[in-house]
Ligand binder design. Structure first.
Ligand SMILES: Nc1ncnc2[nH]cnc12
Ligand SMILES: [Zn+2]
Length: 338
């Protein structure tokens, strides 16, 4: 382990961009398929991993939605969540704000309540086991209609005190944020925070829409904002958090290789960038691996890494006092590491 790797391992961090369905490891996929008597189109774990070769977001999404079919019971969602939290805790994650895609499950006849109860069970178990705190963000699938998003928000109504915010994910190009302006306004009216994937594959215009029409509190990915200097300056000036996912960007061919990843350029331009894993079971690594890959390829310094971890707490939806407590622990860690 290099000095930088050891520094990253011990660095307290929050993860702000993680799709819980994207943490389904092939081993758990097989175990759940067997437990639930679900047929899957793979003969072995190696065959599953070999299928994870994507040329774009849609290639990945097709496999990701198919994989989620093994998730059937409250216990399954608990097991999925706790497996993620175990990995995250091992990487120094002390707080996680995780996405879930209820429509992927309700469309298959799995009740919204089954999904959320299982995830909440997993979150409680993680706090008891690791002291790792977490929040839930309900994502609307943008390839589905506004009407379906409103129906999902209605299903979430009994659970609103357990949901921190709403997000927007799935196929970006052709499904601009504008399509969801009214449902995001309704979510805001219910006191929910708002985040959206924008500028992952879609143009800078989608980031403008996410800001101006969805009134987002946090920007997921946002890479293509860099193509628009005025937009980049606006994001920097307003202290907007970007949840950047380096391994995802490379796996989905949005960035040609880690050697040219713009994470350091983002920091230099004053953006509040963070590092996250997106769909770690599919993209080759959890948050620690994302930090390590970016650090080695882009020559990130300990100061850069500390800034990324600091940004993860500043960009979280934790109360100010909790953020301050996390930052104090981060500072103490950095001081000890000098
Ligand atoms: N990277 C990503 N972009 C859009 N939708 C997603 N759903 C899961 N991962 C996603
Ligand atoms: Zn994502």
């Amino acid at each position: 382990m290099t000095d930088i790797d050891a520094f990253i391992a011990g660095l307290p961090k929050a993860e702000l961009h993680l799709h819980i369905e994207g943490s389904l490891e092939p081993e758990l996929m097989f175990a759940l398929a067997e437990r639930n008597g679900v047929a899957i189109p793979y003969a072995s774990v190696d065959e599953v991993r070999a299928a994870y070769d994507f040329s774009n977001l849609q290639d990945f999404l097709d496999i990701y939605y198919a994989g989620a079919d093994v998730l059937r019971t409250r216990q399954d969602f608990h097991d999925l969540a706790l497996a993620y939290f175990d990995r995250a805790a091992a990487d120094g994650v002390v707080h996680a704000e995780i996405f879930f895609d209820p429509q992927t499950h309700t469309a298959r006849g799995i009740a919204f309540d089954t999904v959320i109860q299982g995830l909440l069970d997993g979150m409680a178990a993680a706090e008891a086991k690791h002291g790792l705190t977490s929040k839930l963000i309900l994502c609307f699938l943008r390839h589905l209609s506004e009407e379906e998003a409103f129906a999902t928000l209605a299903e979430a109504e009994p659970w609103l005190d357990r949901i921190a915010g709403v997000g927007l994910d799935s196929s970006e190009v052709g499904h601009p944020p504008a399509k969801f302006a009214r449902v995001f306004a309704a979510a805001a009216g219910k006191g929910l925070k708002r985040v959206a994937h924008a500028g992952e594959e879609g143009p800078p215009e989608y980031v403008h829409e996410a800001l101006d029409l969805l009134h987002i509190d946090r920007l997921d990915h946002g890479n293509r904002s860099l193509e628009d200097a005025a937009l980049t300056a606006r994001l920097a000036r307003t202290g907007m958090t970007l949840t950047v996912c380096p391994l995802s960007n490379v796996k989905l061919c949005n960035v040609a290789s880690m050697d040219v990843h713009p994470i350091d350029a983002m920091l230099r331009q004053g953006l509040r960038a963070t590092i996250n894993s997106d769909d770690p079971a599919y993209f080759g690594g959890y948050v620690g691996e994302n930090y390590r890959a970016a650090a080695h390829a882009r020559g990130l310094s300990k100061d850069d890494l500390t800034m990324l971890a600091r940004n993860s707490f500043l960009g979280s939806f934790l109360p100010d006092a909790d953020v301050a407590a996390h930052l104090a622990k981060l500072d103490a860690y950095v001081e000890r590491s000098r």
